[in-house]
Design a binder for this molecule. Structure first.
Ligand code: NAD
Length: 419
């Protein structure tokens, strides 16, 4: 079934994806009305004194798309291009993502329009604490639980947890996930997105009869998600032939040494200049002859313009929304197997759920326990999506949406509606 998508505005796109999946399922109109749109949208002003003494007002958001299946859950993004529409879209995807991996959360997302690369740690702390105060009525361990996203990290979560706890008078670790271990974080959370992505690639390789041993891999975006996925793929015997970050791309046909590359990135903040590699352009990276492409940077990395050049057999969306609808159509018609974002990168929210369970029960698990549970969740979700893809003859992205939407629809129908 073709994807009847006509826009590249992120929220419009999320709504159109919803409609395509809902049409394919024959979803009842009343249920659509109840689950399609965000439940709550909050825009706040965050006035902060900068280090130069002046006050700057940042615009910020928190969107709760759904609380039908449990507390709303979703990361907080700090980026100069954050818009309300982007946050709404990301919140919507979180709802279907949590339902795809069948964890008892709804979807949320937050964002502050700011450029962290030009802010000091003190300024970031003041922004985070003021933003937390502004969204305080919405968040809480039973209401809405933020986590890190692009350019936020465990330190950001620690500041949010502290600000929230100060208003209650005691420590409440369960208000955020992705925290440092010393504040109730979970072992395995840092690697969770890359690890979950790796498990879904293993499943896709099995399904396609493509041995992972010796497979060639290209990773766009060597941050948290991309570097861990690359490391696990290398450990499984794959050859990671090229990786990139925002400053450059490196290539070695025989495979890059990922451990050493991670070391260089940690030391210099760049992959550029890695020994035994040659620099290539971002366009050349996407066009490399490879078995597996992992887009792990930002939205809209592969478009209708560069998709014709992509030759990968498997595209594993570690990032959220890395393929535009135009790219989707082209890659589907070329026969690429797409592991859609709401499945591929759901390992992060899954281990966030494990962290919340551990915080709420005050009992912490060993790393291997976290990995085993994550592997079970991801592989079950993959096979649930695959079954819908094969049985209904729909693209994998629509299959994942159908799975997520059907679980939310079932929950809302059983709950009924307050008259
Ligand atoms: P990160 O900040 O750790 O890494 C992002 C990386 O992408 C950085 O290395 C940056 O240099 C690189 N990058 C930015 N622009 C680029 C470009 N144009 N070309 C190549 N590289 C570029 O972020 P992350 O947490 O790894 O998130 C990456 C993606 O994964 C985002 O879409 C995010 O929403 C998604 N995601 C992350 C998690 C998580 O738990 N970290 C969970 C789910 C989804």
């Amino acid at each position: 079934m073709p994807l009847a998508i006509t826009t590249e505005n992120a929220h419009e796109l999320a709504l159109q994806n919803f409609d395509t999946a809902a049409d394919a399922m024959g979803l009842d109109n009343d249920v659509r009305t109840m689950i399609k749109y965000p439940e709550r949208v909050l825009t706040v002003s965050v006035p902060v004194r900068l280090d130069d003494g002046h006050i700057h007002r940042f615009e910020a958001y928190r969107v709760q798309h759904s609380s039908v299946r449990g507390p709303a859950k979703g990361g907080i993004r700090y980026h100069p291009q954050v818009t309300l529409d982007e946050v709404k879209a990301l919140a919507t995807w979180m709802t279907w993502k949590c339902a795809v991996v069948n964890i008892p959360f709804g979807g949320a997302k937050g964002g502050v329009t700011c450029d962290p690369k030009h802010l000091s740690q003190h300024e970031l702390e003041r922004i985070t604490r003021r933003y937390t105060s502004a969204i305080l009525p919405l968040i809480g361990p039973d209401q809405d639980i933020p986590a890190p996203d692009v350019y936020t990290n465990p330190q950001t979560m620690a500041w949010i947890m502290d600000t929230y706890s100060m208003t209650k008078g005691y420590a409440i670790p369960g208000v955020v996930t992705g925290k440092p271990l010393s504040l109730g974080g979970s072992l395995g959370r840092n690697e969770a997105t890359g690890r979950g992505c790796f498990y879904t690639i293993q499943c896709a390789c099995e399904h396609l009869g493509l041995p992972l041993m010796g497979a060639s891999v290209v990773v766009q975006g060597f941050g948290n998600a991309g570097s861990i996925a690359a490391q696990l793929l290398e450990e499984a015997g794959a050859r990671v032939i090229a990786v990139s970050d925002s400053t450059g791309c490196v290539f070695n046909r025989n495979g890059l040494n990922i451990k050493e590359l991670m070391h260089l990135k940690a030391l210099t903040g760049k992959v550029e200049g890695f020994p035994e590699s040659e620099p290539i352009s971002p366009a050349e990276l996407l066009a490399l002859d490879c078995d597996i492409l992992v887009p792990a940077a930002l939205e809209n990395a592969v478009t209708a313009d560069n998709a014709p050049m992509v030759r990968a057999k498997i595209i594993a969306e570690a990032a959220n929304g890395p393929l535009t609808p135009g790219a989707d159509r082209i890659l589907e018609s070329k026969g690429s197997f797409i592991i859609p974002d709401i499945l591929c990168n759901a390992g992060g929210v899954t281990v966030s759920y494990f962290e919340w369970v551990q915080d709420e029960s005050h009992l912490f698990w060993e790393a291997q326990d976290v990995y085993n549970r994550l592997e079970r969740v991801m592989k079950t979700a993959f096979h649930d999506v695959l079954q819908i893809h094969l049985n209904r003859n729909v693209p994998t992205r629509i299959a994942a949406n159908i799975l997520g939407i059907s679980r939310v629809a079932e929950a809302v129908q059983i709950r009924g509606i307050y008259p």
